[in-house]
Design a protein around this ligand. Structure first.
Ligand code: ADP
Ligand code: F6P
Length: 331
């Protein structure tokens, strides 16, 4: 099948580098003389036939910008077959020969369903700060989110140290600990709470107190930074805060980093990854692939079937886990 017109959209949580990916898609398409149509606000735009022509001139000066030129959204309707069929019809009405979806795990579920109801190719590109997509070493936005978290952790340590306080720093990740683990190691935090290893509030509290005890033995009168994956503590972080204060007598503060982790100019790793994967996604379309994600393994782009990703769970780096104990105890 000849590819003459390609559509692209960004869906789910936006991630720094999505723009760099859109840019790469447009530039590679221009190289092949292929027209690009951008659908706005993820699957909402697809259902409502809300799109814009993406001329290569529109992606000039875009590689360094956070957010997404096409806007992103979550769209509950897209979980129903009737709306997916509507999307397939809209793509046909717009003469689209292939669709590239930049998004996270949820967006890929939608992409896989759309692929089963539309005869033209759908290619996914992993774009989420959470890095929780199997089949790819990294996702677009992940490195920038870690950089943002590390900068914030460095800053909060200054005030924590001045007041000899305990800080609970809540980072994003949905149900995965990639941002928490790597920002904790990179900032020399004292402890980290990960969904992958969390047992119960009672057991985790004992582990934290033990860690704080040992830490104080090495360095009295110092601050303590605990990185916490969002939504991990049953009942919320205020409960952990109160327990820690009651047990140690030390003042405890909570810092929720929140959506700043999704913003800002992408770091070079995300620009490079986004450029590579955007380019590769177009090349995959040109060579006739369908129903695959354009991922990366050992810096080489790879095509991975949606069906292989769907139920696979990505694991945290075992070596990072192994060195966690020594690094966070004395750092
Ligand atoms: P992300 O893509 O960042 O993981 P979400 O999980 O919110 O974000 O998913 C983004 C969108 O993908 C959803 O709003 C919905 O439109 C679509 N989606 C998610 N799960 C499904 C599903 N099971 N079937 C069809 N579409 C889905
Ligand atoms: O998937 C990206 C992410 O930022 C998660 O880390 C977080 O749990 C979620 O999206 C937040 O979603 P919202 O922007 O809807 O609050």
């Amino acid at each position: 099948m000849t590819i003459k017109k390609v559509a692209v959209l960004t869906s789910g949580g936006d991630a720094p580098g999505m723009n760099a990916c859109i840019r790469a898609i447009c530039l590679r398409c221009e190289h092949h003389n292929v027209e690009v149509l951008g659908y706005k606000s993820g699957y909402i735009g697809l259902i409502n036939q809300d799109n814009m022509i993406l001329h290569p001139s529109m992606v000039h000066n875009l590689i360094q910008r956070g957010g997404t030129l096409l806007h992103s959204a979550r769209c509950e309707k897209f979980k129903q077959d009737e709306y997916i069929k509507q999307a397939a019809k809209n793509l046909n009405d717009a003469d689209i020969d292939g669709l590239i979806i930049i998004g996270g795990n949820g967006s890929f579920k939608g992409a896989e369903k759309l692929q089963s109801m539309w005869d033209k190719p759908v290619i996914g590109v992993p774009g989420t700060i959470d890095n929780d997509i199997a089949g790819t070493d990294y996702t677009i936005g992940y490195h920038t989110a870690i950089q943002t978290a590390v900068e914030s952790l460095d800053k909060v340590r200054d005030t924590a140290e001045a007041f000899e306080r305990i800080f609970l720093v809540d980072v994003m990740g949905r149900e995965a600990g990639f941002i928490a683990l790597n920002s904790a190691i990179s900032s020399g935090a004292d402890h980290v709470l990960l969904p992958e290893t969390f047992t119960s509030a009672a057991e985790e509290l004992v582990k934290i107190l033990d860690k704080l005890d040992k830490r104080r033995h090495h360095r009295a009168n110092s601050s303590h930074i605990i990185v916490v994956t969002e939504n991990i503590w049953p009942g919320g972080l205020e409960i952990l805060k109160d327990s820690l204060h009651a047990e140690t007598g030390v003042a405890v503060r909570i810092l929720t980093l929140g959506h700043v982790q999704r913003g800002g100019s992408p770091v070079w790793q995300d620009r490079l990854l986004a450029s590579k994967l955007g380019d590769f996604a177009v090349e995959e379309l040109m060579r006739g692939s369908k129903g695959v994600m354009a991922g990366v393994r050992s810096a080489i782009p790879v095509a991975v079937k949606f069906s292989e990703i769907e139920n696979a769970k990505k694991t945290l780096n075992p070596y990072s886990m192994k060195m966690l104990e020594s690094i966070t105890l004395l750092g």
